[in-house]
Ligand binder design. Structure first.
Ligand SMILES: Nc1ncnc2c1ncn2[C@@H]1O[C@H](COP(=O)(O)OP(=O)(O)OP(=O)(O)O)[C@@H](O)[C@H]1O
Ligand SMILES: [Mg+2]
Length: 337
């Protein structure tokens, strides 16, 4: 049985300007105990995807197509009551904004008690014990359970939110940019903590980030998203060593690489397209240093180029050469006119 299987998921926002296809045909699989990183720039649809997965979406969002098979149950079709029963218990989210799970007007302990008593059916005393255990697990002093969220530093708050997500031993943990709001040193501490928990508890993890180097350190597999679509996916080691899509190459250039710390960082000029009125052809073509005529008219399909490694680029045949060129600063200059 495949633990989690996402099939052609589409999530659209209805806006005044028209339909925003924020998630447009996403498919991947995840085995139990494994972790997958979803990477892409701001606005690529990462949060929309995870919110769709747990079905906590904005009013104007609709899942228009696709399946989310979680232990063979399709979460897209599940009645809301059943979905409510499995949130926190079977799948838990570490949200992008910590305040989404810590109630600012109560001490942090109250947020834990709420989940443990209401969702987990524990007695209050038992819940306090579990909260203490969870705080210790993420390296927080149990005294701080009586503090208010605003009395926590950013790093502590993030650890508390991770502890809260783990409260009921969920089978799947989804972390949406768990460290983005933190400074670099605290980022690396919190990530280390997350990696340790993943090993010790055998967590199945979906990690959302815009920083491809975080995926390299944390996940077995990677999905690269651009403008609501997957442009590349496969084993993280393989994809990061030999990226087969220019967007992945660009992301790899834009973040520090542990193996080559002195390599200059190169950013991708421009920004993702307007998803209400996307360009024709390859959605990345406007910013791609390797675009050809065909890229602006015909959309490349996600194709298996090696077992388990998929990419969507018309220039697949020349990809080794393009990868070499992608490492030069000059390649990425003045691409966007
Ligand atoms: N409630 C909403 N109504 C309309 N459009 C939305 C809404 N939320 C997000 N969008 C749009 O959906 C697209 C994807 O946004 P999303 O928040 O999923 O991106 P993201 O990859 O999580 O970005 P970030 O890295 O900034 O968190 C964007 O075009 C965004 O403007
Ligand atoms: Mg987001």
């Amino acid at each position: 049985m495949v633990f989690l299987q996402i099939k052609n998921l589409k999530i659209h926002y209805h806006t005044k300007r028209g339909i925003n296809k924020a998630v447009d045909g996403v498919s991947f699989e995840l085995e139990k105990g494994k972790s997958i990183g979803i990477v892409g720039e701001s606005g690529c649809g990462k949060s929309t995807f995870v919110k769709g997965l747990i079905r906590v979406m904005s009013q104007n969002a609709t899942i228009t197509e696709g399946e989310v098979l979680f232990e063979e149950k399709d979460l897209v079709q599940l009645p809301e009551k059943e979905m409510r029963d499995i949130r926190w218990k079977e799948l838990a989210i570490i949200p992008q904004a910590a305040m989404d799970s810590l109630n600012p007007v109560y001490p942090v302990l109250d947020s834990f008690i709420e989940i443990l008593v209401l969702k987990g059916g524990m007695k209050k005393k038992q819940a306090v014990q579990r909260a203490e255990e969870l705080f210790k697990m993420v390296g927080l002093d149990t005294k701080r359970l009586s503090y208010y969220p605003h009395e926590f530093s950013g790093g502590m708050k993030q650890r508390a939110v991770i502890a809260l997500a783990l409260a009921l031993n969920p089978k799947l943990v989804i972390a949406d940019e768990p460290v983005t709001a933190l400074d670099v040193i605290v980022q690396s501490q919190v990530l280390k903590e997350l990696r340790r928990l993943k090993e010790e508890l055998g967590l199945t993890l979906i990690l959302i980030t815009h920083d491809i180097s975080v995926v390299a350190q944390t996940c077995e597999s990677i999905v690269v998203m651009y403008a609501g679509k997957i442009v590349e996916k496969g084993l993280a080691n393989e994809v990061l060593k030999r990226p087969n899509h220019p967007y992945t190459m660009g992301l790899a250039n834009a973040f520090p690489n542990l193996q080559e710390p002195n390599k200059p960082l190169i950013s991708i000029e421009g920004s993702p397209p307007d998803l209400v009125d996307p360009p024709k052809g390859c959605l990345f073509s406007e910013r791609c240093p390797f675009r050809m005529e065909r890229c602006t008219t015909e959309e490349p399909l996600l194709t298996e180029i090696k077992p388990g490694h998929f990419a969507a680029c018309h220039r697949e045949a020349e990809i080794d050469d393009l990868r070499e060129r992608s490492m030069e600063v000059a390649t990425w200059q003045k691409v966007v006119s």
